[in-house]
Ligand binder design. Sequence first.
Ligand code: MG
Ligand code: MG
Ligand code: MG
Length: 310
Amino acid sequence: MQEKIYVIGHKSPDLDSVAGAISYAQFKNKLEGVNFYVPVVAGIINKETEYVLEKFGFEKPKILKDLKNKKVILVDHNEVSQSADGREGAEIVEVLDHHKVDFKYSELIVFKVLPWGASASIIAHCYFKNNIKINKNLAGLILSAILVDTVITKSPTCTEKDKEIIEKLAEIAEIKDWKEYGMEIFKVRSSVSDLSPKEIIKSDFKDFVFKVGRFGIGQVETVNLEELNSLEDNLLKSLNDLKKSGDYHSIILFITDIIKEGSRFLVASEDASGFEKAFKVKLKNNKVYIDKIISRKKQVIPKLTKIFDK
Ligand code: MG
Ligand code: MG
Ligand code: MG
């Protein structure tokens, strides 16, 4: 019997990681006429992912905590700090991603990275290019992931290609107004009232290793920034606790208002003035609102890299 090949996204899985694993496993199985590609997730899935899976009739993939001795395809990430544990002992057979590349491996493998707005866009393109049919529910799933990752096309990471694919998928999924549908997902995404500060921080959280040390950067996307005002001090306290317990140089949470298109930053850092320098702002009680900054990948990380990774 052929060994299973697990398709898996990053830790603190977002919709693109989960929908990416499901849709890419299905693509590989169809393309090769096999059934050994299996979607899995690296941790507990978040609310909007659960909402979308249920809406389009998909089961939650199983959690795979340890990649050791497993054959894997990595989707929606390539940096080792973002993979599930045990990656050093895994056999990576392929990578499909849309993030900056920080990757080393001892074997020749298929490595598909495009600077598009979502892994899901690259996967949709694989289906189209190979003439493999995307059914209505799968189109809805893939579309949802693109809408979240591109912040309904508002993010600077969104390309013309993503927009083209969104239109195609919306038609297959029979979603007339994809902007309105995108807002529906973001409303689920921003209802954080039942979460603890730590859960809010960790719901979309990534580690980056810079020369000065480890950074943890979380993002919350909301349709109404004011709703989280009263939580800010508790969030900041949690950031400081996490920083200490996790041996971080800095932990940053930014709360993005997708309507205003700007973000409120909460910063716990060994070097807060470095943060101020990176963004040309002044923190007040370790907090600041920065207009027009909404993308971790395209705006936040490059600015931090310039100061903290040189
Ligand atoms: Mg992701
Ligand atoms: Mg993504
Ligand atoms: Mg995102």
